[in-house]
Design a protein around this ligand. Structure first.
Ligand code: SF4
Ligand code: SF4
Length: 258
């Protein structure tokens, strides 16, 4: 990838567009970014977008319609590298909590009544449910530093950073008093650490916005929280918020066994 400028496309599927906005939020660095690479498509930033062959495609949002499935497959076909940008693309986002289509219809009616609207054709899924994904940039939304770090590495031909440790590791380095130990509902042990434990460092429990860390011990944290007085339903709801579809199997087995 050295020599000529990389061709890059930034795409948004279903989500709040917070990750694309975070890229635009790199105000000081934006001119350098646009000079360093050839940004072929970025709907939030420019109007002269083209759907051509790409070196790197960044895809934000989860997949919730048949049209998005087709769009995503087309992006994959045209791109050497596909990156899942943000939590919705990585795990399905908060909207992926509702995997039961019937429950989904009920929720829709509760919010919109009998309003006629084109319903999503598929329940919300992360993009790797449909295509091969090369790299993941989790976070809800991603952070500016994370994006700049990623961007610099990609331009230099290096793989982006991964986040193999839980938030607790940074929290310990910072010598914070453990909120979980003090009875608060903290998901730090189950969450990928990319933020440097920013919330616990300000005395706020981690709600899991970077998504599940690989190898997290969900069973153990579940019983620990139950011992601290939190109800089963409350724990499940909180754990489901930012875990998307990645824990569906875990819950099925857990519910069967428990
Ligand atoms: S406060 Fe939360 S993130 Fe920090 S060590 Fe305790 S459980 Fe882990
Ligand atoms: S501490 Fe947890 S909730 Fe806070 S930014 Fe980090 S991952 Fe997100």
């Amino acid at each position: 990838m050295k020599g000529k400028k990389l061709k890059i496309g930034i795409y948004e599927l279903t989500g709040c567009a917070g990750d694309a906005l975070m890229i635009l939020n790199c105000e000081k660095e934006l001119p350098a970014i646009f000079q360093a690479v050839d940004i072929q498509s970025f709907l939030m930033a420019k109007s002269d977008n083209i759907d051509d062959e790409l070196d790197v495609a960044l895809v934000e949002g989860s997949v919730t319609t048949e049209k998005e499935v087709e769009e995503l497959k087309d992006i994959r076909k045209r791109s050497k590298i596909v990156v899942a940008l943000g939590l919705c693309a990585t795990v399905g986002g908060i909207q992926a909590r509702f995997q039961d289509p019937q429950k989904w219809q009920e929720n829709f009616r509760q919010v919109y009544g009998e309003t006629k609207m084109e319903l999503p054709a598929v329940v919300s899924k992360p993009i790797d449910a449909y295509i091969k994904v090369d790299f993941y940039l989790p976070g809800c939304p991603i952070s500016k530093e994370q994006f700049l770090n990623f961007f610099t590495r990609v331009v230099k031909g290096a793989p982006p950073e991964s986040y193999p440790q839980p938030v607790c590791v940074s929290c310990k380095y910072k010598e914070n008093d453990c909120l979980l130990k003090n009875g608060l509902f903290c998901l730090g042990p189950l969450t990928a650490d990319g933020c440097g434990a920013v919330c616990p460092s300000h005395n706020l429990p981690c709600v899991g916005c970077w998504g599940p860390v690989q190898g997290g011990n969900w069973t153990s944290e579940f019983y620990l929280l139950q011992d601290k007085g939190f109800s089963r339903e409350f724990i499940k709801k909180k754990m489901a918020n930012f875990a998307g579809t990645k824990l569906s199997e875990f819950w099925k087995q857990f519910d069967r066994r428990d």
